[in-house]
Unconditional design. Structure first.
Length: 148
């Protein structure tokens, strides 16, 4: 089974650019880790502003990014067959997900989620930190992906 390095949140923050770190620290202080990750992904920016391409983003569309990220991370970490190749790569590299794995995770997930890896990385580190505190086996058991 894949494990997540038991790092402090400050250690996870080393993956972030300074502007991301500042924003994420403020969100975590206000909302806590999981809600901060959701707020990061669902932020719509200034009201009445069209996104690149000219269409406005609906609130329900931004929440689907969060739901998709949670589902796909759960599947990847907890052993779902959709991520068999990626899981084998992680296990071959040492069985743990740590700071050096964050960019690879973001790159694997960005085409599925529909967001750039740079946007996903802050949310991913918050999710990984939350999972590591609970323990992968216990976390995955709640997701019903664990193999008996």
């Amino acid at each position: 089974m894949i494990e997540i390095d038991n790092l402090s949140l400050d250690e996870w923050y080393t993956c972030l650019k300074p502007y991301q770190k500042n924003a994420i620290e403020q969100l975590v202080a206000k909302y806590g880790e999981e809600k901060a990750a959701e707020e990061w992904l669902t932020a719509r920016g200034p009201m009445q502003t069209a996104t690149f391409g000219g269409t406005q983003t609906k609130a329900e569309d931004t929440h689907s990014y969060w739901n998709r990220l949670r589902t796909e991370i759960d599947k990847l970490i907890c052993g779902h067959p959709d991520y068999k190749k990626e899981q084998e790569k992680i296990l071959a590299a040492g069985k743990t997900i740590g700071l050096s794995s964050v960019t690879a995770l973001a790159n694997w997930l960005c085409p599925i989620i529909g967001m750039s890896s740079a946007i996903l990385i802050p949310a991913i580190i918050l999710i990984l930190h939350t999972m590591s505190k609970m323990g992968i086996k216990a976390y995955c058991f709640t997701k019903h992906f664990i193999k008996e």
